[in-house]
Design a protein around this ligand. Structure first.
Ligand SMILES: Cc1cc2nc3c(=O)[nH]c(=O)nc-3n(C[C@H](O)[C@H](O)[C@H](O)COP(=O)(O)OP(=O)(O)OC[C@H]3O[C@@H](n4cnc5c(N)ncnc54)[C@H](O)[C@@H]3O)c2cc1C
Length: 415
């Protein structure tokens, strides 16, 4: 194979981690030919949709508890790479954190993040090759050949696989490269949508579509407490949504699909405080019908839903007819509203993949153990973070780390 035809580093996937990997690799090895092979017509399409178009690119609290999966050295990788603020600062993107520690570009605009990444990649001489869908990797003695289904071949010395997982296939990520890596000796952990709404029986949500309420969500499996989180809960026709629900989705695969979410819709009130409130309202509104009992505590649809579900009877009776036991049932439901989870929302509604290529398949440089010269980064690996900037932080850190190690593995080679 003639030398000039071989690319030094080919990166499969031009998303968050692929762009970070390309910039780092080319910074370290300016003479290396670095090419991003992206299947869509342009790189970074998913990035534009992140954070509702604002790109929540990291978080001030990066403690390990926010990450789940089998990549054991994730914390070390994040410590060994610049923080998102430093990395983006070096690209001229200023960042700010909100009151919950979520870091955004100062522009509040995801396009500025993507543009800055692309500008730096271009300044360095990284080549973007869009419309190239990697379908197969052939290994030669000193090089690889990445090919498309139509037989186009791309020879290269090293590969960084940054092709994401299964979540949000509308942005190019359909898990096909995970399947490709299986043929390279990789194994995967259990895969399911994460950072996603959770499905419940639609009849349990009748009348709640579009309702939003503040509360605490606690996850249980077989009665065992798993975790809890407070925030806004959103109800749809057939699922529970909102960040505090999204962050429970990764538990489904880990607890064999046996998951119950308990909502406390008055997390700021003790039981007896809530009972005291209900008794006062019971006294004051006695001549009104029971559909008005919770007016002032919840929005109309939710108020009616709770009273109906707790008492199991129509809302046409007078509030005065309710007994103290009825009020207790209502208080009990407000603080302990259980939903058995049927599963996650489909991939198109999920933001992240829980599971992926097992951490056991890569060494501590993120290089495949079964095939030297191939490095992995981003969501394709079995690691997912909570909602709040954690997944993009992993994409930047692992991309930079894989880009650096991949470039360094070429040191001494005549490029
Ligand atoms: C709607 C939405 C909002 C989100 N918001 C946030 C947020 O605010 N904060 C946060 O931290 N995380 C967020 N995420 C998650 C975050 O975007 C991902 O975790 C992150 O982009 C993963 O980076 P990656 O480089 O691994 O993969 P991706 O960014 O998904 O990039 C993978 C790239 O590989 C390409 N590709 C796939 N297969 C092939 C192939 N065979 N050949 C060539 N190219 C291929 C794809 O087209 C894609 O461009 C959000 C996700 C979604 C869907």
């Amino acid at each position: 194979m003639s030398k000039e035809k071989i690319t030094d580093i080919a990166i499969i996937g031009g998303g968050a981690s692929g762009l970070a990997a390309a910039i780092e690799a080319k910074t370290i090895m300016p003479n290396a030919k670095v090419v991003i092979l992206e299947k869509l017509d342009r790189v970074g399409k998913k990035l534009l949709a992140t954070g509702n178009g604002r790109c929540n690119l990291s978080n001030t609290d990066l403690s390990e508890g926010h990450y789940h999966g089998s990549v054991r050295n994730a914390k070390r990788i994040m410590q060994a790479t610049p923080s998102a603020k430093e990395f983006f600062g070096s690209l001229g993107v200023l960042c700010t954190a909100d009151s919950k520690g979520r870091i955004y570009p100062r522009s509040n605009n995801a396009a500025t993040v993507l543009n800055a990444l692309r500008m730096r990649a271009e300044e360095l001489g990284v080549i973007e090759r869009c419309g190239f869908e990697a379908n197969f990797i052939e290994s030669g003695d000193n090089y690889f050949r990445i090919s498309t289904a139509s037989g186009e071949k791309y020879p290269c010395r090293r590969i960084i696989v940054a092709a994401g997982g299964y979540a949000a296939p509308q942005f190019g990520t359909d898990g096909s490269v995970i399947r490709l890596l299986r043929s390279k000796g990789c194994h995967t952990t259990k895969i399911c949508p994460a950072v996603a709404p959770l499905r419940v029986r639609p009849e349990l949500l009748k009348g709640l579509k579009g309702v939003r309420a503040k509360g605490r969500v606690t996850a249980y499996s077989g009665g065992r407490f798993l975790k809890d989180e407070t925030g806004e809960i959103q109800f749809t026709e057939n699922s529970l949504s909102g960040i505090c629900v999204f962050n429970m989705a990764h538990l489904i695969s880990r607890f064999d699909g046996k998951l119950t979410l308990r909502l406390d819709l008055a997390a700021d009130m003790e039981n007896e405080q809530l009972m005291g409130y209900l008794r006062i309202i019971h006294f004051q509104r006695g001549k009104h019908t029971t559909d008005e009992l919770l007016t002032g505590l919840f929005q109309r649809n939710l108020a009616a839903y709770i009273t109906k579900r707790a008492l199991g009877k129509p809302l046409t009776d007078k509030i005065a007819s309710l007994t103290d036991t009825d009020l207790r049932k209502i208080a009990q439901l407000i603080k302990n509203m259980d939903f058995d989870i049927l599963g996650s929302a489909p991939w198109k509604d999920a933001q992240v993949t829980s599971g992926g290529i097992s951490g056991e398949c890569v060494d501590d440089r993120l290089q495949l153990r079964s095939e030297k010269g191939i490095f992995l980064c981003g969501e394709i690996l079995d690691i997912d973070g909570d909602c709040g900037g954690y997944n993009l932080q992993w994409a930047w850190s692992s991309g930079i780390f894989a880009g650096r190690n991949c470039a360094e593995s070429l040191r001494g080679a005549s490029l």
